[in-house]
Design a protein. Structure first.
Length: 136
């Protein structure tokens, strides 16, 4: 059975079905079964979720790799956070992306939803940069 080979640097982490594994040395791992996993820069630590879009990412991440109980709660949290973000943004494109994120989360396509949340995070960062420049 062919699998996915993931190369991780020293001290990088992979989360497989809710279990966090930190690598002490550079390693290559082959994942041969079906599993929910994130690795390296895909993982957002709770203490790094310091913007509204990052909080959405954290909720969708938990819906993807958390325990069954955590997933249900995280989906509800993602809905709430997305509703709040939708209300605050004036961008029609961002609203469309947020709607797609909810659709994908509810369809158990959380990995695809995470890709879209990263686009919202980029949008948010760009807006924050513009705001910062205007305030100077």
């Amino acid at each position: 059975m062919a699998g996915l080979v993931v190369e991780l640097k020293q001290n990088e982490m992979i989360i497989i079905d809710g279990a966090a594994i930190r690598f002490r040395t550079k390693s290559r791992v082959e994942i041969t079964g079906k599993a929910r996993f994130l690795y390296g820069k895909q993982i957002l630590l709770p203490e790094d979720a310091n913007t509204p879009a990052a909080l959405i990412y954290l909720a969708v991440q938990t819906a993807y790799i958390g325990s069954f109980e955590e997933r249900t709660q995280a989906i509800d949290e993602a809905r709430t956070l997305i509703t709040q973000f939708r209300y605050q943004t004036k961008s029609a494109l961002a609203r469309d992306i947020l709607d797609k994120i909810i659709e994908q989360v509810e369809a158990q396509q959380c990995y695809e939803a995470l890709k879209l949340v990263r686009r919202i995070m980029q949008h948010e960062a760009a807006l924050m940069e513009v705001r910062y420049r205007c305030e100077r």
